[in-house]
Design a binder for this molecule. Structure first.
Ligand code: RIB
Length: 300
């Protein structure tokens, strides 16, 4: 019935990555490694991760008519993503400046570039992709008004998954469409705004559910994740690995979760699989270049 298991609507960035012994504080200069340029961006990452796992995947995004845009298109095609929805031009391709420390943790600054020009009109013009997709996922490196249009464009019966990163307070219309809303601690607190946020992931999840999403997933890094819906709350254990670079692990988690949910798996089971995908991802450098195949996940 559907041509695509997953349609990702979101950003595509060239990741300019420098390894550092220590991420600098305000006013500080540190020396780092040689510069590496990788295909990234939370939207393009999700699409590449899903396709690498075997999901029939399409990406709706905007890149510049430049070398970074071509790098991203090549990476999507190599992963098996249908790029019919990738628009070219209007501004330079988005860029992410990334520092990675020896623990694998990173700091990221994004210049949205063309991502900021992905408009509600672009979403409306891609109606055929929405009708052909079982699950639609998005993030917040594109304008919020564009994400609102994504929610309005969902075909009857399709499922919407949102990772609100970088986080913003969300309109009720967007929150109500999420199934699930996927957040880390920081994102949960921003979405909950000035309200009492509680001390535990269980409390964050319950407070978020009260805002309208049909389900919530709280990612807890090395502690795994927590899933919450009308069926109850459950912890999903992490998979212990030695992290080299966590860049893109959250995107791979979201993509895997969205794909498995579309395949009919219960939330906790899909999240457990997604945790394994994220675990493989952090053992390798870079974002899209680190995403595993289904066989590599099975071998973990
Ligand atoms: O989530 C990781 C991604 O965040 C990077 O690939 C970078 O492009 C930023 O968008």
């Amino acid at each position: 019935m559907y041509d695509y298991d997953l349609l990702v609507v979101g950003s595509a960035n060239a990741d300019l990555v420098i390894g550092v012994e220590r991420r600098p504080g305000a006013g500080e200069t540190v020396l780092g490694s040689d510069l590496a340029v990788h295909p990234g961006g939370k939207g393009a990452n999700q699409a590449a991760a899903a396709a690498r796992l075997g999901a029939r995947t399409a990406l709706l995004a905007r890149v510049g008519d430049d070398g970074h845009g071509r790098l991203l298109l090549d990476s999507q095609r190599a992963a098996g993503v249908d790029t019919v929805g990738v628009l070219v031009g209007g501004a330079p391709t988005g860029v992410a400046l990334i520092q990675v420390d020896p623990s694998g943790d990173n700091s990221i600054v994004v210049s949205p570039g063309a991502n900021g020009r992905l408009t509600p009109a672009d979403v409306r013009a891609a109606g055929g992709l929405f009708h052909a997709s079982r699950v639609v996922s998005a993030q917040l490196e594109i304008p919020l008004e564009t994400v609102v249009e994504v929610v309005r464009s969902l075909a009857p019966g399709s499922r919407f998954v949102l990772n609100p990163s970088p986080p913003l307070p969300l309109p009720a219309e967007v929150l109500a469409a999420c199934d699930p809303l996927i957040v880390n601690e920081h994102e949960a607190k921003v979405i909950l705004g000035g309200a009492a946020t509680g001390d535990s992931p269980e409390e964050w999840a319950e407070l978020l559910l009260a805002r309208g999403p049909r389900s919530v997933v709280v990612t807890l890094g090395g502690e795994g994740a927590l899933v919450a819906s009308a069926d109850g709350v459950a912890r999903v254990p992490s998979v212990k690995v030695r992290a080299v670079d966590t860049t893109g692990a959250g995107d791979a988690f979201t993509a895997a979760l969205a794909w498995r949910l579309g395949a009919g798996e219960p939330l906790a089971q899909a999240a457990a699989y997604a945790a394994r995908v994220g675990a493989v991802t952090v053992t390798r450098e870079g974002a899209q270049v680190s995403f595993p195949t289904a066989a590599e996940v099975a071998a973990l």
